[in-house]
Design a binder for this molecule. Structure first.
Ligand code: NDP
Length: 236
């Protein structure tokens, strides 16, 4: 049995974040989720926060600390896409995606690291994407933001690895959520053909890997990029 921890999952009101929160709850942890709208799963504490706003993150952490204690495990999951080809991509398209997916993760883990340093314990899990290292046409902004998370995890590992803190990246492939439902059927079929496993995955399949890498059995894993992609990104 893994030690019971206080866990925060950003973007835990739907999709992969919701499934991650559910899995941590099922394993007996104290779970909080951030949401801009809606609620996390039953049993989780839902706090309002927007990852593009450092003050709202600080408020959310203070609320969680008061209710559940210091955050020991943080999962930076909140993310968006704004796909378009390079020539059509505006600076705003680029910056908005980077501000949410990359700077957003930075804001959250910076705030989380305060308590982790004090406790000399922490588990940081960054939800990247196969696209971060594989690349994808129409996703220059998204790929840049997701590749950046690898640099963050590895730098944290070198900076804080001696203080009982690990930082790892989980890189999902094609997972069935609102984000992928939006893609045109033709594009979905194209992806399907290139996935060795021959299928898409469910959010719970990502959640089980996240809880494992945040658990006691993975204490000696840090700075790793763990694919959950049915073989799509082999060679990373
Ligand atoms: P969804 O679009 O289903 O959910 C995205 C989540 O992020 C929502 O909870 C959303 O909150 C939250 N979010 C977005 N912007 C912000 C913000 N500014 N502040 C706070 N929360 C925000 O996406 P998925 O569940 O599919 O994706 C979750 C993560 O997994 C993302 O980082 C995504 O890039 C990554 N991923 C997904 C893959 C897939 O195939 N689905 C593949 C690889 C990676 P709200 O409901 O308020 O908008």
């Amino acid at each position: 049995m893994t030690t019971s921890r206080t866990v925060l999952v950003t973007g835990g009101n739907r999709g992969i974040g919701y499934a991650i929160a559910e899995e941590f709850l099922a394993q007996g942890h104290r779970v909080a989720v951030t949401a801009r709208s809606g609620e996390g799963p039953a049993g989780a504490l839902t706090v309002r926060a927007d990852v593009t706003d450092a003050e709202s993150i600080d408020r959310a952490f203070s609320e969680i600390e008061a209710e559940l204690g210091p955050v020991e495990v943080v999962v930076a999951n909140a993310g968006i896409t704004r796909d378009t080809l390079l020539l059509r991509m505006s600076e705003d398209d680029f910056e908005t995606v980077v501000d949410t997916n990359l700077t957003g993760a930075f804001r959250v883990i910076k705030r989380a690291s305060k308590g982790m340093l004090k406790a000399r314990f922490g588990r940081i899990v960054l939800i990247s994407s196969v696209v971060g290292l594989y690349g994808s046409p129409g996703q220059v902004n998204y790929a840049a933001s997701k590749a950046g998370l690898v640099g963050i995890a590895r730098s944290i590992t070198r900076e804080l690895g001696g203080r009982g803190i690990t930082a790892n990246v989980v890189a999902p492939g094609f997972i069935r959520t609102d984000m992928t439902d939006e893609l045109p059927a033709e594009q979905q079929q194209e992806y399907l053909r290139s996935i060795p496993a021959g299928r898409f995955a469910e959010p719970s399949e990502v959640a089980k890997v996240v809880t494992w890498v945040a658990g006691d059995d993975a204490a000696y894993i840090s700075g790793a990029v763990i694919p959950v992609d049915g073989g799509l990104g082999m060679g990373h």
